[in-house]
Design a protein around this ligand. Structure first.
Ligand SMILES: *Cc1c(COP(=O)(O)O)cnc(C)c1O
Length: 425
């Protein structure tokens, strides 16, 4: 019996579904999940010693590749001074200064421990600041497992066919208005109806938990204008896109300035970190300065800060974005060429180091079109790729990530395997 199968049997007895986050269970692609014993560069090494070229990259954080020596050294150095202090520390100031200098809209920032905590806190802050209760989110956008945001959500919630989670009181969900993404008319209509009651609009500016979707020209601009006109807080959830599509995220790329931003993933260099920030006037509404309570025992943890600082520092010094864009185009072109040889309608939305596959005639612009695309092909491709040493996210609705280590032979091999996988359909 393989080590992974053995571990999964043990895990299922004492961990619900055998996993600590649901998509890892492979329910939407079938088969048994592999267990990883180490990771290096672009590769995961399974408990059965199979090397896998990894396009999940720990679901986003590993933009520099796994086990990056600079980040590892920063953690090791910090470790000499202790694992947690519970007081203000040197690292968190450095971290905050970096975030403020990199992310255009952020004047003040607070550290938390996950993306979920970050989005949850932005919602509470927006409600406290405006004195309003209703929020708008978009179908297919995933903002972590926050009660009021698990309404028509993406990512694992969508993968498992549970975009609306059990356990959320209808009265909470009633405060959340869900709109189709990329539909300006629907947005205008909602503001007309609820304008003065709307505390916040929260959006993944490039939705990337339902596959990858881009905004129509002018769409985010309209959102910005409506929020400004009605005194509604615009929240960009850049947990995934932050530091990835550009050093300053989608807001840098598009020039659109949200009021608040949620960050996570890359910001922790592989350790558990999130952050939220924005206009000083709004951020000063949180405790101890303001009436909105928010706190964390391990927030600003020195090891996590050291890892995050090293990750951000490396983005600044290496500026990997044009290289990542080249890698992204390389893989997109390989996928499209294989599909056209096979006569299959395939869309590969891609920006920099993010891409996904939609088997659909037309570009996918919202949740409805994403779920209407053909998803069985993805399962076949996933299994073919895995057997041949390439690990894609185990769901057609997750975005694939490229890292700086996806170069040379690893990239050539990955393109070959994925092309073969498409041709095998
Ligand atoms: C991953 C993700 C989250 C949740 O972050 P966690 O660290 O998993 O809690 C929130 N928003 C977006 C856009 C994400 O991709």
């Amino acid at each position: 019996m393989s080590h992974s199968n053995d571990l999964f049997e043990r895990a299922q007895k004492i961990i619900p579904g055998g996993v600590n986050s649901p998509v890892r269970a492979f329910h939407s692609v079938g088969g048994t999940p592999f267990f990883t014993k180490r990771a290096q560069g672009a590769f995961l090494y399974t408990a059965d010693d199979q090397p896998l070229i990894d396009f999940v990259c720990t679901w986003g954080p590993a933009i520099h590749g796994h086990n990056d020596p600079t980040i590892k050294a920063a953690i090791a150095t910090a470790l000499e001074s202790g694992t947690s202090f519970g007081t203000p520390n040197l690292y968190e100031v450095d971290m905050a200064e970096r975030i403020v200098s990199m992310v255009p809209s952020v004047e003040k920032v607070r550290m938390v421990n996950s993306g979920t905590e970050a989005t949850m806190s932005t919602i509470r802050l927006a409600r406290g600041f405006t004195g309003r209760t209703k929020i708008i989110k978009f179908a297919g956008c995933y903002h972590g497992h926050v009660d009021s945001l698990l309404v028509q959500a993406g990512s694992g919630a969508l993968t498992l066919g549970q975009p609306d989670s059990a356990g959320i009181p209808p009265s909470f969900a009633a405060e959340t208005i869900v709109l189709p993404y990329n539909d300006t008319e629907a947005l205008v209509g909602a503001f007309k109806r609820y304008g003065e009651e709307l505390a916040a609009v929260i959006v993944e500016p490039y939705p990337a938990n339902v596959g990858l979707i881009f905004p129509h020209p002018g769409y985010l601009e309209s959102m910005r204008q409506l929020c400004s006109r009605f005194g509604t807080i615009l929240i960009f959830d850049e947990v995934m896109t932050g530091f990835r599509v550009a050093a300053g995220g989608v807001q840098e790329k598009t020039g659109i300035t949200p009021d608040l931003t949620a960050l996570g993933k890359i910001i922790g260099g592989g350790l558990p970190v999130g952050a939220f920030g924005g206009k000083a006037e709004i951020m000063d509404f949180i405790a101890p300065l303001g009436p909105v309570y928010q706190a964390g025992t391990l927030s600003g943890n020195p090891l996590a800060m050291a890892a995050g600082i090293a990750a951000l520092e490396k983005l600044t010094s290496d500026n990997p974005y044009s290289r990542l864009q080249t890698f992204g185009e390389q893989i997109r072109d390989a996928l499209l060429s294989a599909a056209s040889q096979k006569g299959l309608p395939l869309q590969v939305p891609q920006t920099g180091s993010m891409f996904c596959l939609f088997f659909s005639e037309n570009p996918v612009t919202n949740y409805e079109e994403a779920v209407a695309s053909e998803t069985d092909h993805f399962k076949t491709i996933f299994q073919h790729a895995l057997k041949n040493g390439v690990y894609l996210p185990p769901s057609p609705f997750e975005t694939c990530f490229i890292c700086s280590s996806h170069e040379g032979s690893a990239m050539i091999r990955a393109c070959e395997v994925l092309s073969e996988a498409i041709k095998s359909l």
